[in-house]
Write a protein that binds this ligand. Structure first.
Ligand SMILES: O=C(O)CCC(=O)C(=O)O
Ligand SMILES: [Fe+2]
Length: 228
């Protein structure tokens, strides 16, 4: 029969929907986690996830390895992402416990995680509004699909307090998170039906005074192949 098939939302996905439910159930059951009051997206945070000592060790690694940040698409122009960043080797002793703790917190197989990124923003540096999920109509998508598929959850940790600016702002969701040493922020980039959630658009606002250090971990729907 033609014309009577049930319509699916574009890009809906059972696998991605299930990851959203499973991780949220785990976070809801964790007394240390707080859920941001918001109907349209799953956003959680935990104060003091990392000790000051661990934060300092990670900051030293970012400082030692930082280079200009890159983007998958250069549509946003030269001031879109002006921070510096680096890979945080998951096998290095300073990174491993944090890397594993984040995956365990979410209950996602660490093999699904991309290499953790360290990021450093000096005054005036920023990461303008973007989605962490891949836009499947873009030319980069086939390579991303092959390397582990869509990004589901993002986890970020603020490694220091910032004197002024540097908040993570979700303009559509109406949430602004000020950096705070050791705090973890995590959100699901997908909706309940497993399609990309536009409401998760976010920006790393320009730092006013001080330097901002964070680490970010992106999880894929499949095992990440380590390339792309
Ligand atoms: O710097 C921030 O607060 C946001 C960073 C970010 O959006 C990312 O790493 O994907
Ligand atoms: Fe982001």
């Amino acid at each position: 029969m033609f014309g009577f098939s049930r319509k699916q939302a574009p890009y809906a996905s059972k696998v991605r929907g299930a990851v959203g439910r499973d991780v949220a159930a785990r976070l809801d059951a964790n007394p240390a986690m707080q859920r941001v009051e918001l109907a349209g997206a799953q956003i959680y945070y935990q104060l003091d996830f990392l000790s000051a000592e661990r934060c300092e060790a990670l900051i030293a690694l970012v400082d030692a390895n930082r280079r200009p940040s890159t983007l998958l698409s250069n549509k946003g122009g030269p001031d879109f992402r002006t921070s510096e960043s680096c890979d945080m080797d998951r096998n290095s002793p300073a990174v491993k416990p944090t890397d594993e703790a984040v995956a365990a917190l979410l209950g996602i197989d660490p093999a699904h995680a991309e290499t953790m990124q360290g990021q450093r923003y000096a005054p005036g540096q920023q990461f303008k509004a973007h989605h962490d999920y891949f836009h499947e109509a873009e030319s980069y998508w086939p390579a991303m699909k092959a390397s582990g598929g869509q990004r589901t959850w993002t986890a970020m940790i603020y490694l220091n307090d910032v004197a002024e600016g540097g908040a993570t702002w979700f303009p559509s969701a109406g949430i602004k998170v000020a950096p705070r040493r050791g705090m973890l922020l995590t959100w699901n980039n997908m909706k309940a039906d497993g399609s990309p959630n536009e409401l998760t658009i976010h920006e790393g606002m320009a730092v006013g005074e001080g330097v901002k250090y964070i680490i970010t971990k992106w999880f894929r729907e499949n095992r990440w192949s380590g390339a792309g």
